[in-house]
Write a protein that binds this ligand. Structure first.
Ligand SMILES: Cc1cc2nc3c(=O)[nH]c(=O)nc-3n(C[C@H](O)[C@H](O)[C@H](O)COP(=O)(O)OP(=O)(O)OC[C@H]3O[C@@H](n4cnc5c(N)ncnc54)[C@H](O)[C@@H]3O)c2cc1C
Length: 409
């Protein structure tokens, strides 16, 4: 009964949503290619070749950019100028959905950057993102990638034995992170620090916990992300929760399944260490549910000092969270528990949650076509299962389009 609002194609009748139905259907059909192509990197490789190479060469830069703006970019990106971004955010607010802006920057070990300039430019982008995040939304949030402000190479090292140059970069990185945290608190925006690869995560968590100790004295401004597909996640989540409790600061948790499955497995095999990822999807699901139950228990005990965002497109997990919240008496609108999904993905769930009064955020990248399309392709590579999941959404859209064309009630 609780869930009767859930698989409701009726959301497609909502005025702000219906204009985009044909476009959405075409994008989903493109992103969810025939089954022969839809496995792993084959589909992503096809996407990359078509989008970045062939279509650009055939259409020329300007036409290519306009074409993408009308299609994939328009579907999954907030826009480029501040005016465009604000317009998208208002449109989402009209649908009962809150924005979770993400600056499309990332780096990995092995990518060399010249000096501090790149990281300083990213800091500026994060501060602008904070400015964009405020305005009309209750409890605004943004995503932050630590490796955009601190070299991933450094995160892979032992902090005890840094060279003088590494130490200087580390100090500057801490200063950058601190300036973002300070501005976030000033603006009243929650900063959700992304989880990345296992070889950088311990350092990312360390600096995130340090930021929590400084800034989370009154509210959960700084949050950490926990990837349930890793075998040790529940232990780490439990430890970090007790540490913050011991320090007397608030704790914010973004709970995800984890995006880098294939690379984690490949690295473990190449370097000869045990696979850190759960053996199969069912084990990841169990782990997600255990972390979710633990976090919900903490939310109900902590009375405001523990906050959680259930960041998943998985309907069973969303349903489980909603049911447990009702059983535990956790207020759906007051905000200690919210939900997060990607813009353009799983809208049937997001809009239903928003309409039912839950705090639902859409993770939204923004920027120029050139900046964002490679980012989207990487997200598509990491989220093959989600792309397969959009088949359900595509089928709902197909039914709605057919109903409209045939003018059925
Ligand atoms: C708002 C938001 C923020 C996010 N932030 C981050 C982040 O900071 N860091 C990050 O890593 N990811 C992040 N993600 C992505 C997330 O980790 C998942 O990759 C994505 O959401 C798909 O998982 P799901 O629960 O939505 O879907 P589901 O389809 O239910 O689950 C798919 C997931 O299950 C797991 N899985 C699939 N097959 C197997 C297998 N054979 N063995 C073991 N596990 C398997 C993988 O984690 C896969 O991504 C974020 C997602 C959202 C919506």
């Amino acid at each position: 009964k609780l869930w009767k609002f859930m698989p409701m194609p009726g959301i497609y009748h909502m005025p702000n949503y219906i204009q985009s139905l044909p476009l959405r259907f075409s994008c989903y059909s493109f992103l969810n290619p025939p089954t022969t192509l839809s496995s792993g990197h084959v589909a992503s490789w096809v996407l990359e070749v078509i989008l970045l190479s062939i279509s650009r060469r055939i259409l020329g830069q300007q036409l290519w950019s306009s074409f993408l703006r009308l299609t994939l970019y328009g579907q999954f990106v907030a826009g480029e100028t501040h005016g465009e971004i604000k317009e998208t955010l208002q449109w989402l607010q009209g649908l009962g959905v809150r924005p979770l802006l993400a600056v499309p920057i990332e780096e990995d070990v092995g990518q060399t950057r010249d000096g501090e300039e790149w990281y300083e430019k990213n800091t500026h982008a994060m501060l602008t993102c904070l400015d964009l995040s405020v305005g009309g939304t209750t409890n605004p949030m943004m995503q932050l990638r630590v490796t955009a402000l601190m070299a991933a190479e450094l995160c892979d090292l032992n902090f005890d034995c840094l060279t003088q140059e590494e130490n200087q970069h580390f100090q500057r990185s801490l200063h950058r992170l601190n300036s973002v945290a300070w501005y976030a608190v000033e603006k009243g925006v929650r900063v959700l620090v992304d989880a990345e690869y296992t070889y950088v995560n311990p350092a990312v968590t360390l600096v995130t916990l340090a930021m929590m100790a400084t800034w989370n004295t009154q509210h959960s401004w700084i949050w950490n992300t926990y990837q349930a597909y890793l075998k040790d996640t529940l232990d780490r989540l439990t430890q970090d929760a007790s540490l913050t409790e011991h320090l007397g600061v608030c704790f914010g948790v973004k709970l995800v399944r984890g995006a880098y499955l294939e690379k984690e497995r490949k690295l473990a095999k190449e370097k000869g260490y045990p696979d850190p990822v759960q053996p199969n999807w069912e084990a990841t699901n169990d782990s997600y549910q255990r972390c979710l139950d633990f976090s919900l228990d903490q939310v109900s005990k902590a009375r405001g000092s523990f906050e959680l965002i259930v960041a998943t497109h998985n309907e069973a997990s969303v349903m489980h969270a909603v049911q447990r919240m009702a059983e535990m008496g956790i207020d759906k609108a007051a905000g200690p528990v919210s939900f997060g999904q990607l813009l353009g993905m799983c809208d049937q769930v997001s809009l239903a949650l928003g309409q039912a009064g839950y705090a639902i955020y859409k993770s939204i990248p923004y920027g120029s076509v050139e900046e964002v399309i490679p980012y989207l392709i990487r997200r598509a590579q990491e989220n093959q299962s989600v792309l397969q999941g959009i088949r359900k959404e595509r089928n709902l859209l197909r039914s709605e389009l057919r109903r409209r064309i045939l003018r059925r009630p």
